[in-house]
Design a protein around this ligand. Structure first.
Ligand SMILES: Cc1cc2nc3c(=O)[nH]c(=O)nc-3n(C[C@H](O)[C@H](O)[C@H](O)COP(=O)(O)OP(=O)(O)OC[C@H]3O[C@@H](n4cnc5c(N)ncnc54)[C@H](O)[C@@H]3O)c2cc1C
Length: 412
């Protein structure tokens, strides 16, 4: 169903509780239990589930909460978006692929040509086409403007223009099952390095592209290296103006001010830690009754509540049009990601030796239909813990975020 065909609902008239109930009802009616069970095992996204769920949400007009209404966004408030995110996460809905829906979609809405909008936006909204993000390179991560992947303009045989792209991208999430990639490429070496970068859309089926897996520490495959060897890209795949890509990329990265706070994940982790601690027995008694464990759990729970209160304060400010102190998103990111890692560590501890057998089981659930032997609540915990070490690296590493916080606050 296209965005235009969905029933128009005025969400602005709903209280938060009514909206939350609406989301819960939708999930109860539409999420297959086996899909929720798969996702709760905490492995990497499984494409058929991701596409199914994107289609379901699109049918309701809910797949692109961050897009302007004219391109199919539902017109939710920022708090409604957070409520939605929390409900789908806690119910075990498959995580959507963010690169198209959250990152490049809004950029195309704002800077794309009419032809790019007509071609790409419906396919992104419906999950028909999944996207990867080709920004990082082996020598351009935190210092992204150092990127070298080159795009040179050339003439077609019929007199039109195209680019020839050569170079390498790395850590490209989901590239192995995506259809398109949006890229930052170097189109000029003149002047400041930020000034010679362009934003380009590339079909991953183009001749000259090679995708190699990177198997992460948990044994899973989400990351890739992508190589470009004389890849021809039609000139109409350039977004906006040549050499203006850095400006669009900065907007893209700043788009989701409060969505790396991770509160939904903390709540899921707390719930699971408690479940596990009820099952683990210490000298015949449940771990959850151990006073030392209770103190540590309570400390973390208090920190999550304080973090959540900060998030809602910032959301309220955003909704009132008051953009708080500049480093606020950095503070939410640093605190939120570190709490995920500390909760993950406590979960492993609560499992005791039962967590170990599940370490580094590469794509187990795809090759084996049944759960492995052992304690079922241990499934996925240690592999997820290992993979989530990456939270403090991607999305702007926490060291870089701390520089932003210090730079903004101490300069005052
Ligand atoms: C799971 C995962 C998924 C990713 N997905 C994608 C993706 O889909 N597309 C994409 O383009 N990229 C992706 N990335 C890449 C990610 O954006 C980079 O890893 C990140 O920007 C850090 O760059 P780097 O790995 O080159 O580390 P570097 O920038 O080399 O940093 C190495 C270390 O030095 C520290 N450091 C760097 N500069 C400073 C400084 N100025 N001050 C203090 N400390 C500093 C860093 O914090 C880090 O600890 C992903 C990464 C991970 C881990």
């Amino acid at each position: 169903m296209s965005a235009q065909e969905t029933t128009v609902t005025d969400y602005s008239k709903m209280t938060d509780d009514e909206f939350r109930q609406l989301v819960r009802d939708f999930i109860a009616q539409n999420l297959p239990p086996e899909m929720a069970a798969r996702w709760k095992k905490m492995y990497h996204p499984y494409k058929p589930d991701v596409v199914f769920w994107t289609q379901k949400l699109n049918g309701k007009g809910w797949s692109v909460p961050g897009w302007p209404a004219e391109y199919g966004g539902p017109g939710w408030t920022i708090s409604q978006r957070h409520i939605f995110e929390e409900e789908v996460f806690l119910a075990g809905c498959p995580a959507l692929s963010p690169q198209g829906l959250t990152l490049v979609g809004p950029v195309i809405c704002r800077y794309g040509t009419q032809a790019q909008k007509d071609f790409h936006l419906p396919k992104i909204r419906s999950g028909e086409v999944l996207w990867a993000q080709g920004f990082s390179e082996p020598n351009a991560g935190s210092d992204l403007a150092a990127l070298q992947c080159r795009a040179v303009r050339a003439k077609d045989s019929d007199g039109g223009d195209h680019y020839v792209v050569n170079g390498q991208k790395i850590w490209t999430s989901e590239a192995h099952y995506s259809e398109w990639v949006f890229m930052l490429v170097r189109t000029s070496t003149e002047g400041k390095k930020q000034a010679g970068i362009s934003f380009m859309l590339i079909d991953l089926a183009s001749p000259g592209i090679t995708i190699r897996p990177i198997i992460s520490i948990d044994g899973g495959h989400e990351l890739n290296e992508v190589f470009f060897d004389n890849v021809g890209v039609p000139a109409e795949n350039l977004v906006g103006e040549e050499n203006m890509g850095w400006t669009y990329a900065k907007e893209l990265l700043a788009e989701e001010r409060t969505f790396s706070a991770e509160v939904k994940r903390h709540k899921g982790q707390l719930k699971r830690i408690k479940q596990i601690a009820r099952e683990t027995k210490i000298r015949g008694r449940p771990l959850i009754e151990d006073s030392h464990f209770q103190r540590r759990l309570a400390q973390l729970e208090i920190e999550v509540l304080a973090h959540e209160a900060t998030l809602w304060r910032v959301v309220a400010e955003e909704e009132a049009g008051i953009l708080g102190a500049a480093p606020t998103p950095s503070i939410l990111k640093v605190r939120g990601t570190e709490l995920v890692q500390r909760l993950g560590a406590l979960m492993i501890e609560a499992l005791e030796e039962a967590g170990l057998p599940y370490y580094a089981e590469k794509d187990y659930f795809l090759s084996a239909p049944d759960d492995p032997p052992g304690r079922p609540d241990a499934y996925g915990v240690s592999s997820d813990f290992m993979f989530r070490r990456s939270l403090t690296i991607y999305g702007g590493s926490n060291e870089v975020q701390r520089n932003i916080i210090a730079g903004t606050l101490l300069r005052r």
